[in-house]
Design a protein. Structure first.
Length: 326
């Protein structure tokens, strides 16, 4: 039997509590139907017996309080909402309990921006983590000792798991089901819940929002210049002249401020513009390519796929049904 503790923090996203609860209990039914014993004993665990969520729209009646759970096998930390610093403070009493469970052999899995509560334990220091792409800049600022993996759906390191944004946590739940049962059961669960199995990237869903929450005026100037001139082939030398900085100083400060090299930033700005064009216009691949400053079809395709995980044609067909024919 695997004991699963699904935490119910204040400001949690209700779906990120209900969905893993449903998943593991459904897998129990699949196992029974195949003549095998149930595997998961699932409990919701809170700091109080009743936790109000979503401005009191929902109330979760927890099965256990944390001091009643001395040991478990798997801890699920659901996604949080609202001001994440405040959410961590409101739920700080979970932190020593999570640490203790991990030290006693439990595995820990965070769903979406439940990663913020997990990272607050210090257990992720020096380790890889995934989270919602939209919270990446805030996560890096709050937890500089954690290696946030952009675009990852799942990370696993030393019994600690994390998932990407929003519905990406279904991929982690399926991953855990396969780990604890077998491939066939995970496939059955993926079909039952209509979830793609083995999806390994959230890149196609990411919207690049250049990191501007810093105080480096020269780097902000360079960022705005890049974003205002997506059709141009901008060089590092040109940006160095614009900002009156030496090339090495510019590159070092740019990386520190934005967490991207200058070349990476230029590529991501151009590809973000291309994505928006594919989603909303009837332009063909070549037209969009020229609009964002590329003249080499292969180079554009390679960079686009590196950033989004899809080719330009695949992306356009996925997000613009009016243009579904290449």
């Amino acid at each position: 039997m695997k004991n699963v503790a699904i935490l119910v923090p204040e400001t949690a996203v209700i779906e990120a509590i209900a969905d893993p609860n449903y998943m593991f209990k459904a897998v129990n039914q699949f196992l029974l139907a195949s003549g095998r014993p149930v595997l998961f004993d699932v409990k919701t665990v809170g700091l109080t017996n009743d936790v109000k969520l979503d401005n009191s729209l929902f109330t979760v009646h927890t099965d256990k309080l944390i001091d009643e759970v001395k040991q478990t096998d798997l801890v699920i930390i659901p996604a949080l909402s609202g001001d994440l610093s405040k959410a961590i403070e409101m739920n700080k009493d979970f932190i020593p309990w999570i640490i203790n469970q991990y030290k006693n052999g439990a595995e820990i899995a965070s769903l979406c921006i439940g990663s913020f509560l997990l990272a607050s334990t210090g257990l992720l220091d020096g380790k890889k983590c995934s989270s919602h792409w939209n919270s990446a800049n805030e996560f890096r600022a709050m937890f500089p000792n954690v290696e946030l993996v952009d675009g990852a759906i799942i990370t696993e390191e030393q019994g600690i798991y994390s998932s990407g944004g929003a519905n990406s946590y279904w991929s982690l739940l399926l991953y855990l089901v396969e780990k604890y049962t077998d491939r066939d059961t995970a496939i059955l669960a993926s079909k039952f819940f209509a979830v793609d199995i083995d999806r390994d990237s959230q890149a196609a869903f990411m919207m690049f929002q250049g990191q501007k929450d810093h105080n480096d005026v020269e780097i902000l100037k360079a960022q705005h210049f890049i974003e205002d001139n997506i059709q141009e082939k901008i060089t590092v030398y040109e940006l160095a002249n614009l900002t009156a900085l030496g090339r090495r100083s510019l590159e070092r400060r740019f990386k520190k401020a934005t967490n991207n090299s200058i070349v990476e930033y230029i590529q991501r700005v151009k590809i973000e513009a291309a994505k928006r064009s594919f989603e909303s216009s009837r332009k063909n691949i070549t037209e969009v390519m020229y609009d964002v400053g590329y003249t080499d079809t292969k180079a554009f395709r390679d960079v686009f796929k590196k950033v989004t995980g899809l080719t330009p044609i695949e992306y356009r067909n996925k997000y613009n049904k009016q243009n579904s024919i290449a």
